[in-house]
Write a new protein. Structure first.
Length: 522
């Protein structure tokens, strides 16, 4: 029996060793490719006239079942169409790959925004490729399954030496694709991906000396959740709610809110967890949530209460040369029954604390840089005003692009402006202040059936467009999701927050009116 046990142990160890060796080899190859990014960052990146190619793959490579609960999720690949504005640089080529073809009128809409470049000139430097696959698999996986598509990507590249990949987030799938295409990625090594999960985010906040909600990390079972909920209540008897979060949730859809009762014991909490945990994601059953929790782990945190409470975020970028930049700050608008769903954001964050959270973001950037992180990421906070003072609780790190990435890129590319993190203000190239409100969730059942062509016509007739001369107005995204899901993205830019709100109200009023008009005419 002892010999059989030894033989069994050997059999179990061998595949593990092979897996480690394969991962190590892949990681080493990837690091070698990534070294090219430093030279690009020092030469072609800052030179607007330098020939360069950017291959954009807007894959949301996350848990498929969680993402499937987000309506119109495939169309979220359109959010990075803001990067078509890179074509404003006259010798830059853009290759954009999607799961399904994008309606030409949507592409035309973005190219129309380009300052100082004709549509024809931009089109000569734009290559659009598609997998013709509407399945729920991540876009990157679809590309990896299509060798001929990968060959077309390679053949489309005009400036191989000065080419890099841009993803929404970087996992082992994106690393595999980068190796197959032999191209560096402006993004974080997937070996460091776990640094951005909820548990490790809490640890990093502690390392940085920041305030964070009372809670527990590295939990993996229903029993862990119940014990953490009970211990939180013991530490704070007045606590009314707590948040249970999957380590790798998306836009609040990996969260659940637990409501306490007066006589809760650990046993009672565990027994009633199914009925008292309000899961944010629509149609995500409790048992599936617990299964996901067991697989990826998660945290339990006290729900931060407050009469005056906001949800700011700071967006940062760590360059290939190690520079830490605070790119922007936002006040997030959260909604849904439990207040956990990301609906939109105001830019910049409130002047009372924009500079303060920017400094916290810089602190976290330097911590992540020391761990090897590269690229864009965001940190979310909950801020409560008490006795005329703001207290900021760090909530989570999103080690990827996010819902505030594309609106800021659009503003930056269209105005050539700069965000001053010390002042918490944004000014255009001519020194004029600019603000915006952005949302991925402007939706109504009345909008269903409104095609991209209808939307563009409505926008043109009602003066809902971005005025390049005034450098303010309205820009749409997620246009492809409108007809089927009644869902649309919008960025309203103005010279003051009052004008931003005016543009947004005008947009909603006109869409509501035109939708009713369209229904009445049928």
């Amino acid at each position: 029996m002892g010999l059989q046990g030894v033989e069994t142990e050997k059999v179990l160890i061998k595949p593990t060793v092979k897996a480690i060796d394969k991962n190590t080899t892949e990681s080493m190859i990837f690091q070698t490719i990534q070294e090219r990014l430093i030279e690009q960052f020092n030469t072609s990146f800052p030179d607007k006239l330098a020939p360069k190619t950017v291959v954009i793959i807007p894959s949301l490579t996350m848990d498929e079942e969680i993402l499937s609960k987000v309506s119109g999720i495939t169309h979220y690949e359109e959010r990075l169409l803001c990067l078509l504005l890179l074509l404003r640089m006259p010798r830059t080529q853009v290759i954009y790959i999607t799961s399904m073809p994008i309606d030409p009128i949507i592409i035309d809409y973005y190219l129309h925004l380009l300052p100082g470049i004709t549509r024809y000139h931009a089109e000569q430097r734009l290559t659009l490729l598609s997998c013709y696959d509407a399945s729920s698999k991540p876009l990157t996986q679809k590309i990896l399954e299509r060798p001929r598509l990968m060959e077309r990507i390679k053949k489309s590249i005009q400036h191989v030496k000065d080419t890099h990949l841009s993803f929404f987030n970087v996992t082992s799938l994106e690393r595999q694709l980068a190796i197959k295409l032999d191209l560096p990625v402006f993004g974080c090594d997937p070996d460091l991906f776990e640094l951005g999960n909820k548990s490790n985010g809490r640890k990093i906040f502690k390392e940085c000396g920041l305030s964070l909600p009372d809670g527990f990390e590295d939990l993996y079972s229903e029993e862990d959740i119940a014990k953490a909920l009970y211990d939180l209540k013991q530490r704070n008897p007045l606590l009314r709610r707590a948040v249970v979060k999957l380590n790798d949730g998306f836009s609040g859809d990996g969260n659940g809110v637990f409501y306490y009762e007066v006589d809760d014991s650990q046993g009672k909490i565990q027994e009633n967890l199914n009925s008292r945990l309000k899961i944010v994601a629509v149609d995500l059953p409790y048992q599936m949530f617990i299964q996901k929790f067991g697989a990826m782990g998660g945290v339990v945190e006290a729900f931060i209460e407050g009469e005056i409470k906001t949800s700011p975020s700071v967006q940062c970028r760590i360059s290939p040369t190690g520079d830490c930049l605070v790119a922007s700050t936002h006040d997030q608008e959260l909604g849904g029954e439990t207040g956990q769903i990301f609906l939109g954001a105001y830019f910049p964050a409130h002047p009372d604390y924009a500079a303060a959270i920017g400094k916290m973001g810089k602190n976290i950037s330097e911590n992540l840089r020391s761990k090897g992180v590269l690229g864009r990421f965001a940190v979310d906070f909950i801020s409560v005003k008490e006795d005329n003072e703001w207290k900021h609780y760090a909530i989570e790190i999103n080690l990827r692009k996010g819902g505030t990435t594309h609106p800021y890129i659009m503003l930056e590319f269209l105005t050539d402006g700069v965000y001053d993190a010390d002042e918490g203000t944004y000014r255009t190239a001519t020194g004029q202040p600019r603000y915006y409100f952005s949302s991925d969730n402007l939706k109504s059942e009345k909008y269903i059936g409104t095609t991209p062509h209808d939307l563009i016509e409505i926008a043109m007739i009602n003066d809902l467009h971005y005025d390049g001369a005034l450098q303010e107005g309205v820009m749409f995204h997620l246009i492809g999701a409108l007809s089927q899901f009644g869902k649309l993205g919008v960025v309203c830019v103005g010279s003051s927050m009052e004008r931003v709100k005016m543009y947004y109200k005008k947009t909603v009023d006109i869409l509501d009116l035109e939708s009713r008009y369209g229904v009445d005419c049928v």
